[in-house]
Every structure is written in structure tokens, then in C-alpha cells.
Write a protein that binds this ligand. Structure first.
Ligand SMILES: Cc1ncc(C[n+]2csc(CCOP(=O)(O)OP(=O)(O)O)c2C)c(N)n1
Ligand SMILES: [Mg+2]
Length: 1022
């Protein structure tokens, strides 16, 4: 081949010109190429002039661009005529003169590879030669880009994937589309470096090129990767799928694969035999999932992974528990017994939602590996961010900063993967420094149906996996009826994850043999598909026949393998009948062994004091007021804030931010890891926090003073999150799940935004312990308060959190020793609205000092952050002080005619109004700081203190919102039926607040008037 052509061919890259420029820059060998991956202006101008050359036409300009880029990298790599041409052009030669005649053809041909066909007359034309090679190059690229369109991915061969066939001009009879002719099929072409189909050969006939490309891209594996804008990664994938002979398996590997398929298939068959009318969301039609997951785990363990955190939906979950996580079969089977009694408190959950954690020896690597399957609700994909958070936490605690020891696997259904937005949110966490788990292997059980809905009605994208393209994850589609192809792509996926530490997707294209569950009739809605499925032979049978015909196993060996597994199931079934009691704690996905006693109880029921010494408060306060590194320029506005903190310390008071600082800082000193995550939390939405200082002179130079408290402190992570609530809250919940020894806080930008994460709140936070017997100490900080800012930023919807509390409004509890802690122990979550920085300080510390973990919901202030009255004396934070569930009125009770109970910011309005009206002696204002569990004991003390006073609940929220519906019945239970509980507040409304400032103030004044009108309720029914 002409040396020029040969060089050109090797230089040809299947990239856009922009990508080519970036590729070139990587080598950095030419002064015209910048480190930042962009061609310098001069180079781009050069291209422009080159394009203006009269001898070039549109077709060849791509080629010339390649030449030019090759020349930029290494001038001697291109033919000297091009070298001269580019030098002249660079020196400023006008279009035309830059070109010099090429050397004679004879000379050109001296480097040509041997061709089986003699040179045609056309080939003597350089342009034809160039054109033909470009055509072959384009053809190769077409397979790489679109080969998956033609891959035989669907075991049923009724593919629903809506791909446009028109641009898919690949195949022997389509070479004409590239300007090649049938007569070119036996010509030899040099292969570009962007393909590995040649193996050790660097030239092939066109016929062989097409054949090998079809083998690589159009059989049972369809590879989508050409959108990845990293050449090294594309090359890596091409090598793994194009190299000849990649799908060769040793007999031993085949036998292992057969065994795993036997286990997967016979497990479902066993369940079907024993419990034919029970829902189990069987895996039939995608039995390859089990060998697929086991391959990913084997490969990853081989690369050093010690812990795999998994999340998955209903389909095949029992099978995964049995055959991947290795939960004892009898423990699974006994779940089908309706007479099984629950030993643990809580509601429990259906068997196909429970989690599990298990450490075992990986047979391939002979190393211990912990596999955990995270419990999940029915809500599809909700577990995704939770798995990522747990994985991140495990990586953090094991010092695995690169994700080499701990990894996650997420399993998805095709309809859910495409339809659920949290999938997208989770993908967008995958490369963020404080959220990355360094690559997740996603496996989609793509049975081409979602309950009764066809893909064409379930998504607008061609594949269910297209969402993964946003993070440039390669997507390996594979026909799940070809177990070897499945195992191969899983090997590559695991290797990809462990090489590049980025996400990857395996799309198991399969079918669902039964209805959505075992009770469901699929023929109602998919008659033709199910006629086809009825004829479909199972994968196990097909694979066994294949191996028998290959002589890898005999029929007898196969039958023995099946009998062996059936026997294991039968024996486990016999044992399962002895199980009378279900211990949900045996199904824990995140055990905290050292935190509890052996039987899973708290080690004590009391909480140590939460106050701190004056010295400690002063010391942490100083850190909060300082810039603890040299040579760091902070913004002058921030300097003022830091100085104000120092002034507060001198006056022995703290505001909200300083109280928070002291709580978090002291926990860090005690060795508790603290992680604060959410949108803009580093500075704080209201610019009050400033936990990350930014140097004003050097970009990206930051300082986190909280990490400079003491050398042996725990580390503090404060991280601005992506603009997501569902994904990020799920992530933090997962992080908090991994260990009880961390304070994990998620802050909503405004409290009302929490409702886009409602699923995490409802399905995990409020009910997680009851369903799955696992505790979680996550803290939600929800800015809340009616500040005249309109309906959208006013309410964190306290009514919703309170409605989900499990304490009984009608029963006055018996008050005993450690009442407060016992009440906390039995609640599903704690809901507070602190009115002082000191109380906020105590509640954060109490959260970690309690001997058990409960989610904590904190309604946090906005205007109170800077309210001069909303400051606390350090006296309220000293040893002996603690969180005040109720803050009583300080005045004498003797003349009090009305006791107003309230919570949060309205206290300051009430206090001001009381002063203005000089009613301190007649009206007492009591703050309920812990709303739930309701402090019945203290409420009783306060109502009895003012035995002859009206009892009023006052709130700024509308009557159908806020706390009223929760508090009123509890106060009523406290005072008994004879004493009315009155309401002073806004009337019911649809929106949380008015958009009009004037109306807002008028409403506020009206409710204050009612609160202080001692005759307001005379003659009324409560
Ligand atoms: C968020 C959510 N919406 C709806 C449902 C009800 N639902 C349960 S399974 C299912 C179909 C799921 O289809 P797919 O993701 O393809 O999984 P498959 O059952 O086919 O394995 C639906 C709609 C659910 N569980 N979660
Ligand atoms: Mg499906």
C-alpha cells in the first residue's frame, strides 16, 4: 500500500473533527496542540486554509484533516508531500501554491501491502485509493456505531426496539452505500488502528472485514459505546469486542456456567412446584441473571473487591438471595409459610422486599466477600441512591478512596429503568466527588414488558438503557438466551468498572415466561408475544443440549447436576418446616453488631448529657470564627461574619450557625464522622453557615475550618449536592445506614422541596425500621416558616411528618424512669422545631448520644437565623443542660388567664405582641420544641401549672396545615375532655401561604389578636 495511504489508514479515527483534535492533544508532541485538548487558534485557521486548496473537494477534506492532525502529532508520519504541503501552508502560502506534485505512483506503491487481486486501473488513481480506504474506514465505524441495530438480541425475535434501519447500511450487500463495489470485496485493505478485528493481522480483505465486524457487533451482543468521548475507553471496548476468538470458553468455565444456570432455573421450578399459587415474581425467561451477577462478582473479587452492595426490584429477588447472596434456602422457604410468626417488633415486609448481608468465600478468588442486598420498598428504583450511599459510606469507612474494595451493583427492570426519574438522578451522582462510588455495574432484566405495558408505550427512547448515555456509560446489550455471551459481557462490564471506575450497563434482553406475577394472565394483553413465549425453549435446556453436543458434559452428568440441586432444595424445604418464628433481624442488610446487645437491643436506655464545658464551647467557637490556615484571603464580608462570631463568644452567646458549629465540632472531636449534604449547604442557602471558605485570590483554594479542630478528630464532609432531592436524600439515607457512628444530615434548600423526595421519606425514613428492623439516624434539616415570601418557600409541611408519627394521640402514656428516651425508642421518628440555637445544639448532639438511632426531622428557621432575640447564652449549653422538649414560660403563673402553646418562630411574634400589650402576667407562652413523640409528661406539667387558664394552640400555619391536627388531640388527652383546647391561627387554605406581603402581615396580626383576646373563645365550642 502507498505509504501515504498506509499512514492515513492507521491515522484514521472514527471521531468527529472536534474529537480528533482532542485526541491529538493528548500526546502533546506538537507545539500547535494545547494541554487543554483544544486545537489552538492557529491550527484551526490552518484547517480553514487547507480546506481552501483548489485540489480538495468535500469528500477528501476529512482525509486531509486526518493527515493534518497526524502531521501535527508527528510530521514524519505522513508522506513527505503532505509534510511539504502543510509546512508551506503553515508558512502562509496561498491556496494552490502550497500544493506540490506528488511523487510518481511507482514510488507511492512501494509501501503497499500485498493484494490478492491485481491493481485495477481505478486504483492507480490516488483519489480512488484514498476514497476506497476512507470508505472501508467509514464502514468499520458504521459497525462500531450501529452494529447493535442488527444484533440478534431478542430471544423471541419479535424485537420491539424502535431503531431506524435506514442509516444502518451494513452487511456484505450494502458496501455500495459507502462507494465500494462488490468487486472490492476481495481486495485487501489496511486496517485502521481504531479496530481490532484483524487480531495479529493488519490487513484483511473487505469480505473478511465485514464478516469479522458482523461477528463482533451483530450477533448476540450489541455494543453501544461510540458516544463515549474518551478515545482510550473506546479503544478498550473495541479491543474487547472485536478481537477474534473472544467468546471462547474453557470446558471448566462452561460447566460452571451450566451449574449456575441449573441453580437459577431449578430454584424457580422448585418454588413453582411447592407454592404454585404464591406470588414470587419469578425469574423465568431471564435465568441468565444469576450467572451474570455471579460473573460480575467473581471478576470484581479477582480485582480486589471485598464488599458488594446490591439493589434490585422484585423480579428474581428470591433467586438472587438464594443463589448469589447465599441466604440459607430454608430461611427463604419458611417465608412461604402463612403460619410463621414474627419475633421482632414492627410490621415486617413481604419476602421479595427484604434485604440481607452475608460474608462468604468467593470460590474463584478464594477471598472473603461480603454481599449485601439492600431491602427496598415496592417503589421501583427508589433503592438506587440508597445503595450508592451505603456503598459510599462503606468505601469511606474502609479508607477505600478509589472504590477498589467496595462496589455496587444495581439491577433494574426495563420499564422502571426508563421510566423512573430517580435513575437519572442517581446517574448524575455517579461522578461527583462527594457522591461517586467509583463505578456501578447496572444489570437490566429487559423482559420487554412492564406489567402489562409494551415498551412502545413505556418509553420514548429506543432502548430502555438510553438514560445511561448521559454519563457516557457503555451499554452492552446481550441476548439472555446465550449464557456465554451474557457471561462475556459481564466479564467486560466488571473489568470496565474496575479499570475506569465508571458506570456500565448490561442489558439482558430476555422475556417473562409467566404473567407479571404467577397469578397473572399475560394473554389478556400480549397474546402474540405469549404465544411465542409458550413455544420458547428454556435457556437451561438449550445450553445443556449445546454442551452435550460439544461433548463438554454428558447427559448423565447434566442430570446429576440437576438432581443434586433439587436434593439441596428438598432438604432445605424439610428443614424450613421446623421454622416457626421469623426473625426479621436475620434479614438485616446493614447489621451494626457492636452497637447493640447480642439480641439486637440498645445497650442502655439513658442518654448521656449533651452539654459541653465552657472551654470546649469557646475552643470550637474560636475555630468557627477563624481562618485556620496561613496565606488565605477570605472575602471581606465573610471576615465581618467571622468577627461577629468572635464578638458573640466574648458576650457568651451564640446564634444559630454558631450553635450548629459547636454541635458538629464537638461530635467530630468525639470521633463521630459528620456529613452534611444538600443543595448549597457549604455556604448555607441563607448565607449563614460558611463551612467552606474560598480564597479570594486563588481559584478552587478552599478551607474547611471544621476539619482543623484537633488532630485526632473525625473528618467532616460538607458537600453541595446536585440539584436533586429524591436522589440525594436517598443517598444520604444509605450513607447513614452503613454505620450508627456518623451524623448524616440532609438539608433541603427550602423545606417544601422535600416533597420531591417523598418516596424516600414515606417508604424508607418513616417506616424503614418497622418494615426492615433496621434503624437509621439520618437528620433532615427543613427550612420552614411564613416570612411573607409567598406560598412556595414557606412550609416544610410539618403536618405531613406529624401525620406519619406512630405515637397514639388518645393514650396518655405511663410516665416512668427514662420516659423521654423510652418514648424515643418506640417512635418511628423524631420531629422537632427548635426556637433557640442552644436547643438546636442539644438536639444534634442528642441524636448521636442516644443508645439507638431514629430519624430526626428538624424544621429550621430562616429569619430567626439573624433574629437578635434568637440567640442563646452559652449558659444553656454548659454541662448539666440538655435538649428541652418543652420550654416553659418564665413568668409567675399566679395571674395567668391563658396559656398559649406554640412551636418555632411564632414564639417570637407572640412574645413581642405580649410585651406590646403588657400582658406578661396574664398570658403564658409555652414552646413545644419536640413535637413528636409528644412530650405528654411536660405538657401535663405546664397545663397543670396554669390550671385555671385557657389552653390555646397558636400557629402561624393554616389550620389544615402545621401542627394543629397533631397537637390538638394530644393536648386534649393531656388536659382531659372537660378542658377545651382552643385554636389561634390562620384559617384553612389550599396554598401554604399568601403571595401578598400585605395580606401576610394582616393575617399575622389577626391571629395574634385572637391569641391575646382573652374573650376570643367565650361562649364558643372548642
Ligand atoms: C414507582 C412504582 N410505580 C409503579 C409500580 C407498580 N409496578 C410494579 S412492577 C411494575 C412493572 C415493572 O416493569 P419492569 O420494570 O419492566 O420490571 P419487570 O416486572 O418486567 O421485571 C409496575 C408498574 C411500582 N412498583 N413502583
Ligand atoms: Mg420488564
Amino acid at each position: 500500500m502507498h505509504r501515504l495511504l498506509s499512514t492515513a489508514a492507521t491515522r484514521l479515527r472514527p471521531l468527529t473533527s472536534a474529537q480528533s483534535v482532542r485526541t491529538t492533544s493528548v500526546s502533546g508532541t506538537h507545539p500547535d496542540v494545547r494541554r487543554d485538548g483544544r486545537a489552538p487558534e492557529s491550527a484551526r485557521r490552518q484547517n480553514f486554509r487547507v480546506a481552501a486548496e483548489p485540489f480538495l473537494n468535500g469528500a477528501s477534506s476529512n482525509y486531509v484533516e486526518e493527515m493534518y492532525l497526524a502531521w501535527l502529532e508527528e510530521p514524519s508520519d505522513v508522506h513527505k508531500s503532505w509534510d511539504v504541503f502543510f509546512r508551506n501552508a503553515k508558512a502562509g502560502a496561498a491556496p494552490g501554491p502550497a500544493h506540490q506534485a506528488l511523487p510518481p505512483l511507482q514510488e507511492c506503491l512501494s509501501g503497499r501491502a500485498t493484494a490478492t487481486a491485481p491493481l485495477s486501473a481505478a486504483e492507480t488513481d490516488l483519489e480512488t485509493l484514498v476514497g476506497d480506504h476512507l470508505a472501508v474506514h467509514t464502514l468499520i465505524r458504521a459497525y462500531q456505531v450501529r452494529g447493535h441495530h442488527l444484533a440478534k438480541l431478542d430471544p423471541l425475535d419479535i424485537s420491539c426496539v424502535d431503531l431506524d434501519d435506514a442509516p444502518c447500511s451494513i452487511g456484505l450487500n450494502k458496501v455500495g452505500s459507502y462507494g465500494l463495489q462488490e468487486s472490492d470485496l476481495d481486495k485487501v485493505f489496511r486496517l485502521p488502528k481504531t479496530t481490532f478485528i484483524g487480531g495479529s493481522e493488519d490487513t484483511l480483505t473487505l469480505r473478511e472485514i465485514v464478516r469479522r465486524l458482523e461477528t463482533a457487533y451483530c450477533q448476540h451482543i450489541g455494543v453501544e459505546f461510540m458516544f463515549i468521548n474518551d478515545v482510550q475507553q473506546c479503544q478498550w471496548i473495541r479491543r474487547r469486542f472485536e478481537s477474534p476468538g473472544i467468546l471462547r470458553f474453557s470446558p471448566e468455565e462452561k460447566r460452571t456456567l451450566l451449574t449456575r444456570t441449573v441453580q437459577s432455573t431449578r430454584f424457580e421450578e422448585f418454588l413453582q412446584r411447592k407454592w404454585s399459587s404464591e406470588k414470587r415474581f419469578g425469574l423465568e425467561g431471564c435465568e441468565s441473571l444469576i450467572p451474570a451477577l455471579k460473573t460480575v462478582i467473581d471478576m470484581s473479587c479477582g480485582s480486589g473487591v471485598e464488599s458488594v452492595v446490591m439493589g434490585m426490584p422484585h423480579r428474581g429477588r428470591l433467586n438472587v438471595l438464594a443463589n448469589v447472596v447465599h441466604k440459607e434456602l430454608d430461611q427463604i422457604f419458611c417465608q412461604f409459610d402463612p403460619k410463621l410468626e414474627a419475633a421482632d417488633e414492627g410490621s415486617g415486609d413481604v419476602k421479595y422486599h427484604l434485604g440481607m448481608s452475608h460474608t462468604r468465600t468467593n470460590s474463584l478468588s478464594d477471598k472473603n466477600v461480603t454481599l449485601s442486598l439492600v431491602a427496598n420498598p415496592s417503589h421501583l428504583e427508589a433503592v438506587d441512591p440508597v445503595v450508592q450511599g451505603k456503598t459510599k459510606a462503606e468505601q469511606f469507612y474502609s479508607g477505600d478512596s478509589k472504590g477498589k474494595k467496595v462496589m455496587s451493583i444495581l439491577i433494574h427492570g426495563d420499564a422502571a429503568f426508563a421510566g423512573q426519574g430517580v435513575v437519572y438522578e442517581t446517574f448524575h451522582l455517579s461522578d461527583l466527588p462527594s457522591y461517586t462510588t467509583h463505578g456501578t455495574v447496572h444489570v437490566v432484566v429487559n423482559n420487554q414488558i412492564g406489567f402489562t405495558t409494551d415498551p412502545r408505550m413505556a418509553r420514548s427512547s429506543a432502548y430502555p438503557t438510553d438514560v445511561a448515555r448521559v454519563v457516557n456509560a457503555p451499554i452492552f446489550h446481550v441476548n439472555a438466551d446465550d449464557p456465554e455471551a451474557v457471561v462475556y459481557v459481564c466479564k467486560v462490564a466488571a473489568e470496565w468498572r474496575n479499570t475506569f471506575h465508571k458506570d456500565v450497563v448490561v442489558d439482558l434482553v430476555c422475556y417473562r415466561r409467566n404473567g407479571h406475577n404467577e397469578m397473572d394472565e399475560p394473554m389478556f394483553t400480549q397474546p402474540l408475544m405469549y404465544k411465542r413465549i409458550k413455544k420458547q425453549e428454556g435457556v437451561l435446556k438449550k445450553y445443556a443440549e449445546k454442551l452435550i453436543s460439544e461433548g463438554v458434559v454428558t447427559m448423565q452428568e447434566y442430570e446429576e447436576e440437576v438432581a443434586k440441586y433439587d436434593k439441596i432444595c428438598e432438604e432445605a424445604y424439610a428443614r424450613s418446616k421446623d421454622e416457626k418464628i421469623l426473625h426479621i433481624k436475620d434479614w438485616l442488610d446493614s447489621p451494626w453488631p457492636d452497637f447493640f446487645t447480642a439480641d439486637g437491643r440498645p445497650k442502655t436506655m439513658s442518654c448521656p448529657p449533651t452539654g459541653l464545658s465552657e472551654d470546649q464551647l469557646g475552643y470550637i467557637g474560636k475555630v468557627a470564627a477563624s481562618v485556620p490556615v496561613d496565606d488565605f484571603t477570605v472575602h471581606t464580608g465573610l471576615s465581618r461574619i467571622l468577627k461577629a462570631r468572635a464578638d458573640m463568644l466574648r458576650q457568651r452567646v451564640c446564634d444559630w450557625a454558631l450553635g450548629e458549629y459547636m454541635a458538629l465540632g464537638s461530635l467530630l472531636q468525639q470521633g463521630v464522622h459528620v456529613r452534611l449534604s444538600g443543595q448549597d449547604v457549604e455556604r448555607g442557602t441563607f448565607s449563614h453557615r460558611h463551612h467552606v471558605l474560598h480564597d479570594q485570590k486563588m481559584d478552587k483554594k478552599t478551607c474547611i475550618p471544621m476539619n482543623h479542630i484537633s488532630p485526632d478528630q473525625a473528618s467532616y464532609t460538607v458537600c453541595n449536592s446536585s440539584l436533586s432531592e429524591y436522589g440525594v436524600l436517598g443517598f444520604e439515607l444509605g450513607f447513614a445506614m452503613a454505620s450508627p457512628n456518623a451524623l448524616v444530615l440532609w438539608e433541603a434548600q427550602f423545606g417544601d422541596f422535600h416533597n420531591t423526595a417523598q418516596c424516600i421519606i414515606d417508604q424508607f425514613i418513616s417506616s424503614g425500621q418497622a418494615k426492615w428492623f433496621r434503624q437509621n439516624g439520618i437528620v433532615l434539616l427543613l427550612p420552614h416558616g411564613m416570612e411573607g415570601m409567598g406560598p412556595e418557600h414557606s412550609s416544610a409541611r410539618p403536618e405531613r411528618f406529624l401525620q406519619m408519627c406512630n405515637d397514639d394521640s388518645d393514650v396518655f402514656p405511663s410516665v416512668c424512669e427514662d420516659f423521654a428516651e423510652r418514648q424515643l425508642y418506640h417512635c418511628n421518628w423524631i420531629v422537632v422545631n427548635c426556637s433557640t440555637p442552644a436547643n438546636y445544639f442539644h438536639i444534634l448532639r442528642r441524636q448521636m448520644l442516644l443508645p439507638f438511632r431514629k430519624p430526626l426531622i428538624v424544621f429550621t428557621p430562616k429569619s430567626l437565623l439573624r433574629h437578635p432575640e434568637a440567640k442563646s447564652s452559652l449558659d444553656l449549653m454548659l454541662p448539666g443542660t440538655c435538649f428541652q422538649r418543652v420550654i416553659p414560660d418564665e413568668g409567675p403563673p399566679a395571674h395567668v388567664k391563658r396559656v398559649i402553646f406554640c412551636t418555632g418562630k411564632i414564639y417570637y411574634d407572640l412574645d413581642r405582641e405580649r410585651k406590646n400589650r403588657a400582658m406578661d402576667a396574664t398570658v403564658a407562652v409555652v414552646r413545644v420544641e419536640q413535637l413528636s413523640p409528644f412530650p405528654f409528661d411536660l405538657a401535663k406539667v405546664e397545663t397543670e401549672r396554669y390550671a385555671n387558664a385557657d389552653v390555646v394552640w397558636c400557629q402561624e400555619e393554616h389550620k389544615n396545615q402545621g401542627y394543629y391536627d397533631y397537637v390538638k388531640p394530644r393536648l386534649q388527652t393531656t388536659v382531659g375532655p372537660a378542658r377545651p383546647v382552643w385554636y389561634a391561627g390562620r384559617g384553612p387554605a389550599a396554598a401554604p401561604a399568601t403571595g401578598n406581603k400585605h395580606t401576610h402581615l394582616a393575617e399575622l396580626q389577626r391571629l395574634l389578636n385572637t391569641a391575646f383576646d382573652l374573650h376570643a373563645f367565650a361562649g364558643k365550642d372548642s
